[in-house]
Design a protein around this ligand. Structure first.
Ligand code: MGD
Ligand code: MGD
Ligand code: MO
Length: 766
């Protein structure tokens, strides 16, 4: 216990690299899930816990937001990485007061994310006061008074920031946004700002709803599925089963990615014997190895070719009836893309023209097309126009609002979509606030609040002074690590509601609190009886989740209880919001959700249905498009090439197979052949030769941002080069180790999402 926290996980000479795998899951997947479970929870608890995962009477997986099948569920409705997420939470390891007494905060701040996470579950509320060197225990009541005191002492409510990570339940999220708005601010940044914000921005503008338009049944019945900028083998493994089923029904699957990700190439389904012992199913029929940021040019070229096919055989390719009846702006868009600069497409995508033509042919012949995407599309400067262009492509052939077709942004955190539905948003719409105000008799602020990037700036500049986070790991998840650390240290108070220890506890404001909370897997007992919570998956299905395990410590409070007690401390017992009742019985929160949140009428009954219920989605349900024009909008999206100076590479930051965002499960990335280390950078062998570097060499990565006297450099040290078959000119390294390279001001247009997938870097021998 008193062992000093190591500043490095392993001596990097321990790192081993072998050939990348060409398949995902199979027997190694099953073994690894059990191994993680047994290490963290012991054998009996592993079996008991995994049996309840994603079952109707059990709990929703705290891993990704992939939906469960409606109706029939398999006995094992989870994947290797879901099992790891559960093992992390249900671990028997504990971080209590003795741990904090033994480890000064300065030491914790030096430790790696991996080591911090491995220490176990937080058990007691802890505080460090100004000038303190160690966290010390504090009672819950005193903790809430302390927060309330700091909040009341601010010059105005906008000096407070209320962050949310996407694991928070609907009940906690609804209460939390109500607390922030009752206090008087819309400063509610969330992980979505760094994640699918670009998808929401683009979809709202084009189809009027910022969510995906397909169900799981649509996916398995599509005849063409494009998986763009996504690595489902690692991040949404259960999606591979759906793709396998779609293929079984005759679908063609196309992967668009700079990396040949194992799961997209071949899948050995661990849920059937053939998958375990056989060669598995080749998933992608076509692999377009695109350059980073090349997708806008690709979609434009595809639109151009579809249009050309229509021009060559009028009346046979486009869905002219759909276009006439349901869309706006087609002519303007068509005039723009009829004239295509192939040279620009070539430079942006790096794809052979014949392959783009072949893909256009697939689109022209498809009756039911779905495009799936994730961070490879959302974390670029031109993300919003790229996703708008993807929508254009689908609109051309009427691929929205019919079975087997549509847009499928694959969400990250298990309830990130639900949190937004419940009002966690820095730019809330007036009708939502009006309903909230009418229900509770409060006056919500109308000015927009800070998103994540703006919140960092505000804290850095002293404009925000109290930072309160329900979940997440703000310091490690946000870009520009040095700036973010400075921003948090500049706060008067930082509060982290967390399950596990992470860097955001070690890099803190002048006073800091850790408020330990129940996880999704744990039993939630309140005065009104055993509670359940609700969540929304990536396909707008809302359902219940019931924790079953004994809580990690008797001192934990649920997130709903924490928000409610803070509400009482801040506003007093006779506030218009019945905070005590909210905590006593979550049905009372759900009654309010039913009256305030669109689509949630009769919420308490509907979430008790075996599979929950599906939220309305007008484009999907009835081809109604609630946009500014009342129709689906075609938009014009000019290509802008990423300028890469000579001798530089474009770097993307991504996830290994052994992590959940900033939670590092282990030091392997099995599918990419990396073992026992994370400080690596993947570079194409031909680029290495051209740049004068070699496989295995240790280098610093230096990012370059701005021009002339404005040029700023950021450096991370000692990364080992791995020669890897990524697209030419493109490199990859893991998040969060490479976050220090992402400039705070380098963001996507409109969505303000950090450009984590496109940073100009050079390598330097270290
Ligand atoms: N096990 C596990 N599951 C997770 C997570 C986790 O960390 N671990 N995180 C969760 C969260 S919050 C999220 S948001 C999702 C993330 O899910 P993903 O988006 O799959 O995650 P990344 O690792 O960021 O992978 C990005 C993928 O896009 C590709 N890519 C990068 N840039 C481009 C580009 O310009 N064009 C194209 N076409 N492709 C590109 C990369 O090569 C990579 O395959 O997963 C969720 N699920
Ligand atoms: N460079 C780079 N940066 C990125 C990304 C990238 O691809 N590249 N991806 C971005 C994306 S997509 C996302 S979503 C963000 C993620 O940003 P965050 O959501 O802020 O980060 P996580 O690592 O998911 O948060 C992990 C912490 O959440 C806490 N936690 C876990 N479960 C619970 C729970 O049930 N309740 C509470 N209260 N706390 C809990 C634990 O203490 C754990 O340490 O990072 C973003 N940052
Ligand atoms: Mo995410």
């Amino acid at each position: 216990m008193t062992r000093r926290a190591p500043e490095q996980d392993v001596d990097e000479t321990q790192l081993q690299v072998d050939k990348p795998k060409d398949y995902a899951a199979g027997i190694p997947g099953v073994l690894v899930s059990l191994q993680h479970g047994v290490q963290q929870m012991g054998a009996a608890r592993t079996v008991r816990t995994l049996r309840l995962l994603n079952q109707r009477e059990g709990f929703d997986c705290p891993g990704c937001a992939w939906p469960e099948p409606q109706g029939h569920r398999k006995p094992a409705e989870f994947c290797e990485n879901g099992a790891k997420a559960v093992a992390e939470e249900a671990t028997k390891r504990r971080v209590g007061p003795e741990f904090f007494a033994a480890h000064p905060i300065a030491e914790l701040a030096q430790a790696t994310d991996y080591w911090l996470g491995q220490q176990g579950r937080l058990t007691h509320p802890m505080v460090v006061r100004e000038g303190g060197t160690h966290y010390e225990p504090i009672g819950w009541d005193e903790a809430f008074s302390l927060v309330a005191e700091h909040l009341r002492g601010l010059s105005g409510p906008d000096e407070a920031v209320f962050y949310t990570s996407g694991r928070t339940s609907n009940e906690a999220a609804f209460s939390y946004q109500l607390l922030a708005r009752s206090f008087g601010t819309n400063n509610m940044p969330d992980c979505s700002n760094m994640c699918h914000e670009s998808s929401g921005s683009a979809l709202i503008q084009t189809i009027g709803v910022g969510k995906g338009s397909v169900s799981l049944a649509d996916l398995t019945n599509a005849d063409l599925v494009l998986v763009v900028g996504q690595n489902p083998g690692t991040n949404h493994p259960r999606m591979l089963s759906a793709l396998e089923e779609a293929k079984g029904n005759g679908a063609t699957v196309v992967a668009v990615n700079p990396l040949p990700e194992a799961g997209l190439m071949r899948f050995k389904n661990p849920q059937n014997v053939r998958g375990l012992v056989g060669r598995g199913t080749p998933l992608a029929d076509m692999f377009c190895q695109i350059r980073l940021g090349g997708d806008l040019a690709l979609f434009r070229a595809l639109g151009h070719l579809v249009l050309a096919a229509e021009d060559a055989a009028p009346g046979t390719v486009l869905d002219t009836e759909f276009i006439a009846q349901h869309t706006h702006g087609f002519e303007q868009w068509a005039a723009e893309v009829r004239d295509l600069d192939w040279d620009e497409v070539d430079r942006a995508t790096g794809l052979p023209r014949a392959q783009i033509e072949e893909l256009a042919g697939l689109l022209v012949r498809s009756e039911r097309t779905i495009i799936c995407w994730a961070m490879g599309l959302t974390q670029h400067k031109k993300s919003v126009p790229t996703i708008r262009e993807l929508v254009n492509l689908l609109l051309l052939r009427g691929m929205i609002g019919k079975p087997g077709a549509g847009v499928c942004p694959v969400r990250g955190h298990s309830n990130v979509q639900g949190d937004r539905t419940m009002g966690i948003y820095e730019k809330p719409k007036a009708p939502f606030l009006d309903a909230l105000d009418a229900e509770f008799g409060i006056t919500s602020p109308r000015e927009h609040g800070f998103d994540t990037v703006q919140a960092v700036r505000a804290m850095r500049d002293g404009a925000a002074k109290v930072f309160f986070a329900v979940g997440g790991n703000f310091v490690s998840a946000t870009p520009d690590t040095e700036v973010t650390e400075r921003a948090l240290r500049n706060c008067e108070l930082t509060v982290q509601v967390s399950t596990k220890l992470n860097r955001s506890h070690a890099v803190h404001g002048r006073t800091a609190l850790i408020l330990p909370t129940l996880g999704r897997t744990e039993r939630d007992e309140q005065a009104g009886g055993t509670q359940f919570v609700t969540v929304e998956d990536s396909m707008s299905v809302v359902h219940s989740s019931r924790g079953r395990l004994a809580p990690a410590s008797e001192h934990l409070l649920s997130e709903v209880a924490i928000v409610s007690r803070l509400g009482r401390a801040l506003f007093g017992e006779d506030h218009v919001v019945p905070w005590a009742e909210f905590e006593r019985d979550y049905d009372s929160v759900r009654e309010r959700i039913a009256r305030v949140v669109p689509g949630c009428a009769d919420y308490n009954r509907k979430v008790r249905q075996p599979d929950g219920f599906v939220l309305p989605h007008p484009p999907r349900d009835s081809r109604q498009f609630p946009t500014s024009t009342g129709k689906a909008n075609f938009t014009v999206n000019p290509v802008e090439l990423i300028e890469v100076p000579a001798g530089r590479l474009i770097l993307q930051t991504l996830r290994s197979h052994d992590q959940y965002n900033t939670t590092i499960y282990g030091l392997d990335d099995r599918y990419r052949g990396v073992h026992n280390g994370r400080r690596v950078v993947f570079v194409n062998p031909e680029d290495l030769t051209e740049l004068g570097f070699a496989d295995g060499q240790l280098v610093d990565m230096v990012s370059e941002w701005g021009v002339g006297p404005e040029l700023a450099e950021r450096r991370v040290k000692s990364f080992r080069i791995i020669a890897y078959p990524t697209a030419r000119g493109c490199a990859a390294a893991y998040f969060p180790e490479a976050n220090a390279l992402v400039p705070l001001d380098s963001v996507a247009e409109t969505s303000n999402t950090p450009t984590s997938k496109a940073i100009i870097i050079r390598l330097e021998g270290s």
